[in-house]
Design a protein around this ligand. Sequence first.
Ligand code: HEM
Ligand code: HEM
Length: 186
Amino acid sequence: MDAPPATLPPAAPYDCGTMLLHWLHAVLILGLIGLGLYMAGLPKGEARSAAIGLHKSFGVLAFALVAVRLAWRLRHPPPADARLTAAEHRLAAAGHRLLYALLVLVPLAGYLSSSFTRYPMRVFGVVLPKAGREDEALNAFFNATHGLLAWTLAALIAAHLGAVALHALQGKPVLARMLPGRQARG
Ligand code: HEM
Ligand code: HEM
């Protein structure tokens, strides 16, 4: 009898729009986490203010992108992957839902935190409305919430990468589903 193949054939890939949005969002989020980490270590001054300004602009962009992504997702559900067990499907779906929830909540908490400072909400030079006026206690609360949620998101992204690597080790590579130029097979 033939031995089973070490690697099962790939399942149908995601559509091009989902792939484009996934990779744009991934670069933006990893960049924002890196910038957040860098900012936190800077002393008060011009460099810190400039870094925070840049972080706010790209953070609001990430919020707009998750709205586009969720609207796209409603019309483009993920293609089924017959290689995964029902339990693996459930776990992946739960992980992805949690990722989406944090991708909404992290920038929202950042926006709320910045709303309760005396600084204007400038996004790429354009002043946006704020959700409130200067309030130290609310600023501190949403700032701490933003930090906590952002680090939870970073941990979940690490688990996400771990799951992609684990599937590859199990001979069921899922990365090809998120890469352009792959043919639907299996
Ligand atoms: C998904 C988007 C975002 C991610 C992943 C993100 C990530 C982070 C991270 C990792 C930190 C450092 C936390 C720490 O010090 O422990 C941070 C700080 C901060 N973020 Fe965000 N952020 C995002 C969106 C936003 C938005 C939309 C705003 C405001 C409009 C914002 C405003 C801030 C501010 C004011 C700080 C604190 C700066 C300081 O006082 O050191 N962030 N962010
Ligand atoms: C940078 C390395 C990354 C790799 C290699 C990667 C890989 C993948 C792969 C292969 C899938 C499809 C899994 C499947 O259903 O078969 C996926 C889905 C997903 N990824 Fe990533 N990812 C990365 C980073 C990120 C980041 C930083 C985020 C956060 C913005 C993210 C959010 C998501 C979400 C929400 C889905 C679910 C898509 C859906 O079904 O709607 N990924 N990722």
